[in-house]
Ligand binder design. Structure first.
Ligand SMILES: [Zn+2]
Length: 74
């Protein structure tokens, strides 16, 4: 248990988790990438050499709201 507070309903104590990325050749978790989204000629996001961080997602057990934190670099 932690002391994170839901910014939607005010409940204290959120459930830790993360956002899964189940895409092919994905590492299994979604990442936060610094800088606005830019698309390449094939439609994919340009992300070479951008700083990236893992995303921690804390879920409110009462209303389901997610609080997202981009924490350690990956
Ligand atoms: Zn809530």
């Amino acid at each position: 248990m932690n002391n994170y507070t839901c910014t939607c309903c005010g409940t204290v104590g959120l459930t830790e988790g993360f956002v899964e990325d189940a895409g092919q050749s994905a590492p299994g978790y979604a990442r936060w990438i610094e800088g606005a989204l830019e698309r390449g000629i094939l439609g994919g996001a340009k992300r070479m050499s951008r700083p990236r961080r893992q995303i921690e997602a804390f879920r409110c057990p009462k209303c389901g709201h997610l609080e997202l934190f981009a924490t350690s670099a990956v």
